[in-house]
Design a protein around this ligand. Structure first.
Ligand code: T1G
Length: 697
């Protein structure tokens, strides 16, 4: 007989075992109802003389995936999670946690407070709180080290990674890994526990295993480098150190206090904003959530160049066969070699087995013909950025494809409407704009034309997730969202050189802000010839000052192609270490002289504001045009596309933290200094400031 203890928790008896089942879709988060239900379940166990033990199992896709993050914005309602954990810990009969899916955060903490843990093959466990800018707050930092050791616990807590059930068993976190029916296996396991005397195993009673304190300091240095700018990973080191030196009850109180303090920190608010924004971006504006994506089982990619081969490898990675179409056998052979090289690197690093590499390569069919693609579900063209060439590809595809096959363009700035209009079936045309290198970059700008069918939009979004990308739907706009905003930052970086700043100063200001690399070091990495070609493609549509700001061309003319030639904005030693080059100062001075500029001292604040607020201003125009549906989509694009620090929440979230009135005042200032055409505040910013609002209300 099943008894409902709370809306989301029920108990049933199997012989002398109580089975508590949590059912709180979508991820069994520890909402108030679950917290109350679990406490009631333990009380039911304690009061039932015939029940000798209890299993906690979850319905749906996963064991408890953590505290309910939607409750963070509201005052917490008792019972708090700490009370649940204390109740589990104080139970006088053994409780077994039966894990499947991903037992994360508070979910793993619930399991750690049980006497035993079993896990379904393929399930994972982790304490990912640090990714939300917080840390475990319900005993995770106290119990995990006692089971898995300090070093392992620190690695899991400071980086927030997930480990497999097998790994967890090896590390002493999980007692048994089972297959088949989890509930049955859990009941069988619990029966054995009872038969062996129903021994309690209170994790908090275990001693902290001996560890080398030097490990903590080494971790701190490594974490500070790897997570530059993030606070929580470093606090994790302090917390773990404290936990190993403090009695349990005190340690738990300190842990909870630390978690609460981090929860109200600006970094946690920003990280939780990005977490929610990435999920919000999956909801396509104007497309009902019920619209079913088309099935994509086989694809073709036209264009075996840098982008085409990178995109091909993304599909091979998830087991989707790829027909790669190219003009010449040599071009195709070079692409196949390049894809093989990507996998050989992974095999060498041990992150891919050679069998899996063979499996993936066997799915790749290079060909110069369009004949063999009549049965593909989707084609992505990644040919040269030339409208005529792309239209020719579209015509060839129209001649051979099924009518319901999707045709996606990887163009980074050509007009999606013109391309769709050239197709026999415009409804099937969309954009899937990958970023170079496509097999590495998470961001995927899915582009919608007015004609694109709703289920095609749903398909490109679902496919983006399947490919392990962060998909964001954008609309018609030159450069869509990411590159359109980046071009404004690039413009200001170049103008700042004309006004007297140095490449080093601009790069230093932007990397100090949190970008992983500055615009000039990035240009040297990409190659000045590439930058010059990209500029040439757009120069006709630039303002006069931008057209005349041809520093890139001057560097190319001087043979300074960047890292590949040993010198660009910087000069590079044999280890590619960059340093200042007085020759660049001379080149810039010559440019200023020719263009009539006199170098002036430029403050770091001016550099940061001109680069950032030029982007924010352009984003406001993008929102007004409808080329992006939400400011949060723009934050997702910039944190996943160009390394805008996630702990600052993205350009729109950041602008709201600065305050739009301050942003507008800066725009007005630079409109006077640099020119109205560059910094006149966008209408949306004017409106929001007049209404006393920010981008987020
Ligand atoms: N609370 C509430 N809702 C959540 C949630 C959570 N913890 N995690 C996910 N969701 C929702 C999500 O918003 C989405 O909703 C749906 O579930 C599917 O998520 C005290 C304080 C579990 C690996 O950080 O990592 O415990 O948009 O699209 O790709 O120490 O979600 O469909 O309406 O991501 O299959 C710690 C965060 C919390 C886990 C599943 N836990 N979640 O990934 O699906 S803090 C976490 C995830 C804590 C304690 C501390 C992933 C996932 P909707 P999804 P997925």
């Amino acid at each position: 007989m099943t008894e409902l203890l709370a809306r989301t928790v029920s108990v049933a008896k199997q012989g002398n075992i109580l089975v508590a089942t949590v059912d709180n879709p979508p991820v069994n988060a520890l909402s108030h109802s679950v917290r109350s239900g679990l406490i009631a379940a333990v009380k039911a166990l304690e009061s039932d003389a015939e029940a000798h033990a209890m299993v906690i199992v979850c319905d749906g896709r996963t064991f408890i995936a953590g505290a309910d993050i939607h409750e963070f914005k509201k005052p917490m309602v008792a019972p708090l999670l700490g009370e649940v954990i204390d109740t589990l810990d104080a139970a006088t009969k053994p409780i077994v946690a039966a894990i499947h899916g991903t037992a994360l955060g508070g979910g793993l903490e619930v399991a750690l407070a049980c006497s035993y843990r079993i896990a379904l093959e393929g399930s994972k466990v982790g304490l990912p709180e640090v990714k939300l800018g917080i840390l475990p707050g319900s005993g995770g930092t106290v119990r995990l080290p006692r089971l898995a050791g300090v070093e392992q616990a620190l690695a899991m807590i400071s980086e927030g990674g997930q480990i497999s059930a097998r790994d967890a068993q090896e590390k002493g976190i999980v007692d048994e890994v089972v297959s088949g029916d989890l509930k049955e296996a859990a009941i069988a396991f619990t029966g054995k526990v009872i038969a062996d005397g129903a021994r309690l195993r209170r994790t908090s009673d275990l001693p902290v295993p001996a560890f080398d304190a030097a490990v903590l300091e080494m971790s701190r240095a490594a974490l500070a480098k790897k997570y530059k700018g993030f606070k929580a990973p470093l606090v994790a080191v302090d917390l773990i150190k404290m936990v190993t030196e403090t009695p349990v009850a005190e340690a738990i109180a300190l842990e909870y206090k630390t978690c609460k303090e981090l929860l109200v920190s600006p970094q946690s608010k920003a990280l939780r904003h990005i977490f929610a924004a990435e999920r919000e971006a999956l909801k396509i504006d104007g497309v009902d959530a019920g619209v079913k994506p088309r099935d994509v089982k086989k694809v073709a990619i036209v264009g075996p160049g840098t982008m085409g081969r990178g995109i091909a490898s993304c599909f091979l990675n998830i087991g989707i066969p790829v027909t790669l179409i190219g003009l010449t056998d040599e071009g195709l052979a070079s692409a196949v070699r390049a894809i093989g090289k990507i996998y050989e690197g992974s095999v060498k690093r041990g992150s891919l087995s050679s069998e899996e590499m063979e499996r993936r390569m066997a799915l790749l069919t290079p060909t110069t013909s369009y004949d063999g693609i009549a049965d593909v579900d989707l084609v992505i063209e990644a040919v040269t950025e030339d409208m005529a060439v792309k239209k020719d590809v579209f015509a060839k595809l129209d001649a051979v494809l099924r009518n319901d096959a999707i045709v996606a363009t990887n163009t980074s700035f050509l007009d999606i409407e013109e391309l769709a209009g050239s197709s026999r079936n415009p409804a099937r045309v969309a954009g899937m704009h990958f970023f170079n290198p496509a097999n590495v970059m998470k961001l995927l700008e899915n582009v919608r034309a007015a004609s694109t069918a709703a289920d095609v939009l749903a398909t490109t979004t679902a496919l983006g997730k399947r490919l392990g990308k962060v998909p964001v739907m954008v609309g018609r706009s030159e450069g869509f969202v990411a590159n359109r905003m980046l071009s404004k930052r690039t413009r200001e970086a170049q103008f700042l050189l004309e006004d007297g700043a140095t490449p080093l100063q601009v790069d230093r200001v932007l990397t100090a802000f949190g970008f992983p690399i500055g615009p000039f070091a990035l240009a040297d990495l990409a190659g000045m010839d590439i930058m010059a070609a990209a500029r040439a493609a757009r120069v006709a549509r630039m303002s006069l000052r931008e057209q005349q700001c041809n520093i890139v061309d001057r560097l190319v003319a001087a043979g300074r192609l960047g890292q590949k030639s040993g010198a660009g904005y910087y000069v590079y030693d044999e280890n590619r270490k960059a340093s200042h080059d007085p020759a660049v100062d001379e080149l810039l001075e010559a440019h200023r002289k020719e263009r009539g500029f006199t170098a002036r001292t430029i403050s770091d604040e001016e550099i940061l504001e001109r680069c950032l607020f030029a982007m924010v201003n352009e984003a406001a125009k993008i929102l007004d045009e409808g080329a992006a549906a939400r400011p949060s989509d723009i934050d997702v694009i910039w944190t996943n596309g160009f390394g805008f620090p996630t702990y600052l929440g993205g350009p729109m979230f950041y602008a709201d933290q600065v305050g739009l009135p301050k942003v507008k005042a800066a725009l007005d200032k630079y409109a006077g200094l640099v020119g109205d055409q560059y910094f006149k505040p966008a209408a949306l910013i004017e409106r929001l400031v007049a209404e006393g609002k920010g981008f987020y209300g």
